[in-house]
Design a protein around this ligand. Structure first.
Ligand code: NAD
Length: 327
């Protein structure tokens, strides 16, 4: 492809992704399917890898994504809230595992966790008391949604131990609550939400917290920050500790030690996906050993020690909701 055509394609892709990010993260009103977003993003990575001179500072690959609304206070994350790298096939996943092995993670022990399709939240406890809750925002700065999160029954307001702690997880709307909410909205002549993720995001960012309280939101907590301070050595120990402390932990996780077990887990949950009472869009693989996680470290955007395996979209064909796909 000649340089001019590549530049034009890059400009169009970046404009589309910027627009879609804004609609998804700021307005909570996506206009295209995630699969189209993901394909476009992959194309951007492909072009930028082939033509590194054409990477610009405003490219969506250069930022975590998400913007801050003005009406919630901002919260700086002491430890950045990273996204996850993703793969879309078992081959890509195998390459990821091999790469980790070549970089020192010889011992193949990962947790397989469901990738809950909600939005990331951070919860801070001081002396065992819930004091602050926030969204991811752009990864460095999020929004203070403490009062909204307090309305969610699954979030403990006090812990059984007077410890200082930050935990992170996913806030989501169960499928049933989503259907009921949309039914009520339809009857009232209000616009319906596109999907449970979208409804959860819209419900959390309510200045009137009684609206949040009425939305039946729920959480799964999957990260305990600075786990070594509590003497924890692995992600599976951290998940057990989180459950002991009263957090809701997704019960479907497994510790796996062979590639065959990983693929069996992927197949099992891809098949069970429709039966689960909440939306998932894939599986997250995390190196179980915290010492190995530290060794591999993070890029600016994502941890190297974890990866998201994304399921294919529900419908095979990619549906463009509102706007024309022009690239
Ligand atoms: P992501 O959703 O691909 O993955 C990272 C997120 O996974 C984390 O931030 C966390 O919230 C979540 N997660 C769920 N379960 C987890 C677990 N067990 N352990 C760890 N994390 C877990 O990344 P993202 O940056 O939040 O979103 C990007 C994705 O959003 C894109 O790939 C695309 O599918 C979608 N998107 C769509 C549009 C659109 O217009 N349709 C626009 C922007 C983004």
């Amino acid at each position: 492809m000649e340089q001019q055509a590549i530049k034009a394609e890059l400009a169009q892709i970046k404009a589309n992704l910027q627009q879609w990010n804004y609609e998804y993260y700021v307005l909570d009103q996506p206009t295209v399917e995630d699969a189209l977003y993901d394909q476009t993003y992959q194309r951007l990575i492909e072009l930028e890898t082939a033509y590194p001179d054409l990477v610009t500072a405003d490219s969506p690959t250069q930022r975590v994504g998400g913007e801050i609304l003005t009406h919630f206070n901002k919260v700086s994350h002491q430890i950045p809230m990273l996204s996850l790298g993703d793969v879309f096939s078992k081959d890509e996943l195998q390459s990821y595992i091999l790469k980790n092995q070549s970089q020192g993670a010889k011992n193949l022990a990962y947790t397989c966790e469901l990738k809950i399709d909600g939005l990331a939240i951070s919860l801070t406890y001081e002396k065992g008391v819930f004091v602050k809750g926030s969204t991811r925002g752009n990864g460095m700065v999020g929004e203070d949604i403490t009062q909204n999160l307090k309305t969610i029954q699954a979030i403990p307001l006090t812990l059984p131990e007077p410890i200082d702690l930050e935990v992170r997880g996913e806030c989501y709307m169960p499928k049933k609550a989503f259907v009921q909410l949309n039914e009520r909205r339809e009857e009232a002549g209000q616009a319906i939400f596109a999907n449970p993720r979208n409804a959860a995001a819209g419900s959390l960012r309510q200045l009137d917290t009684s609206v949040t309280a009425a939305r039946n939101l729920n959480t799964f907590i999957y990260y305990l920050m600075e786990p070594e301070k509590l003497g924890l050595k692995t992600q599976s120990q951290a998940l057990e500790k989180l459950a002991q402390l009263g957090f809701k932990v997704n019960p479907e996780y497994q510790v796996v030690t062979t590639e065959a077990e990983i693929y069996a887990y992927l197949d099992e949950y891809q098949a069970k996906r429709a039966q689960l009472p909440y939306d998932i869009d894939g599986v997250v693989l995390k190196l179980n050993d915290f010492a190995l996680q530290r060794e591999l470290g993070n890029t600016v955007k994502v941890p190297r020690w974890a990866i998201a395996y994304k399921f294919p979209p529900d419908q095979q064909e990619t549906k463009v909701l509102d706007i024309e796909w022009t690239v």
